[in-house]
Unconditional design. Structure first.
Length: 359
């Protein structure tokens, strides 16, 4: 089967079998871009409500660019991988200032935008603007690696070459999404559904009985364990939050005051001494929070105080207004341990991602 026939089969299958997802009902480059950023490392079912909520709050590039960073973080809260939100906000400001609020249409200009790697560039260029540019993520790379019976990733020469040939023809945007959909729903890492695949006759890995070998399994990376103490510090119905430094865990976000075992001989010592609450703080529980490359083992404490002033970089937030701050989902977990039922009814806690926690 040549690539022309393969394209035809992929497009026919995509029209019949593709999931009905909100970002597939538009060719607006801004909406396409937002969806692609959200879908990085995050499950589709998690993204859908965030996509609707985010576009309702920031319907255009300019509205996003004009927003305060904390507003953007608040709308992202619970989705995880918060660096995405920060980089997306920076990119929106650049598009506003350099391109008058319109996302550029040429692949060359798209590649110059912060956060626009080969995949995001290809997705926006093909789906929104109809350019014959491949969008190769891990799912697409797996499809094409099996197609050729040759292992490889998104940047491998044989993968890029085949993807580029497939993109030549009508409806490159639908073709790009068909390959993504095939990898997400049928050509799965384990137990692929080869009998349902529209291009199984092209698959050299299937013909050679090597589907389970390609791509070759990667050795799992061992996550670093970090011990943290979180302090739920309450002052007459308001919660004390601290702004995290840009580098490190939850960089740039508002979070509960915390300390790690790297900061003191005892993980709790630093944060308790900072506020002088060692004599009144009570342990309320422990939890485990999994990030991409780290596992946080968290001890949560609560202290009720009446503060006369706050250190720089801290803010006192009424529980009912917590949703205005972009706090990590870990904060929500700790508050569920620390707050009373009455306080929980008042508090606006951050959302939770449906996959392993990422922030």
């Amino acid at each position: 089967m040549d690539t022309t026939e393969a394209r035809s089969r992929l497009l026919d299958w995509y029209r019949r079998a593709a999931r009905d997802l909100p970002w597939r009902r538009t060719r607006d480059p801004y909406a396409v871009w937002i969806s692609e950023v959200m879908l990085q490392q995050t499950r589709v079912e998690t993204v859908v409500p965030y996509y609707h909520k985010f576009l309702e709050r920031f319907p255009t590039v300019t509205r996003l660019a004009d927003a305060e960073p904390d507003d953007v973080r608040a709308m992202w809260s619970g989705l995880g991988y918060y660096r995405r939100a920060r980089l997306m906000h920076e990119t929106a400001r650049l598009v506003r200032d350099r391109f008058s609020g319109s996302i550029p249409s040429s692949p060359e200009e798209l590649r110059e935008l912060p956060g626009f790697g080969p995949y995001t560039t290809g997705a926006v260029a093909a789906i929104a603007y109809g350019h014959a540019v491949p969008a190769i993520d891990g799912n697409v790379a797996r499809v094409l690696a099996r197609w050729t019976a040759k292992d490889g990733g998104p940047s491998s020469e044989h993968i890029v070459s085949l993807a580029t040939r497939l993109m030549v023809g009508e409806q490159p945007g639908d073709l790009a999404q068909a390959l993504i959909e095939l990898g997400a729903t049928l050509c799965l890492p384990k137990r692929p559904k080869c009998l349902l695949c529209p291009v199984s006759s092209c698959c050299q890995a299937l013909a050679r009985g090597r589907v389970d070998e390609i791509p070759a399994p990667k050795a799992a990376k061992r996550s670093k364990v970090v011990k943290l103490t979180l302090l739920v510090l309450l002052d007459r119905g308001s919660l004390i939050l601290e702004r995290r430094e840009e580098r490190g865990i939850f960089g740039g976000m508002w979070s509960l005051p915390m300390s790690s075992e790297d900061e003191a001989d005892s993980p709790a010592l630093s944060v308790l001494d900072r506020f002088g609450v060692g004599h009144v703080a009570k342990e309320v529980g422990a939890l485990r929070h999994v990030l991409t490359h780290r596992v946080l083992e968290v001890r949560a404490l609560r202290a009720d105080v009446e503060l006369t002033d706050l250190p720089p970089g801290h803010s006192m937030v009424p529980l009912r207004e917590l949703d205005r701050f972009g706090v990590p989902s870990l904060v929500g977990k700790a508050l569920r341990l620390a707050l009373t039922p009455e306080e929980l009814r008042v508090a606006k806690l951050p959302g939770r991602a449906a996959r392993k926690a990422s922030g």
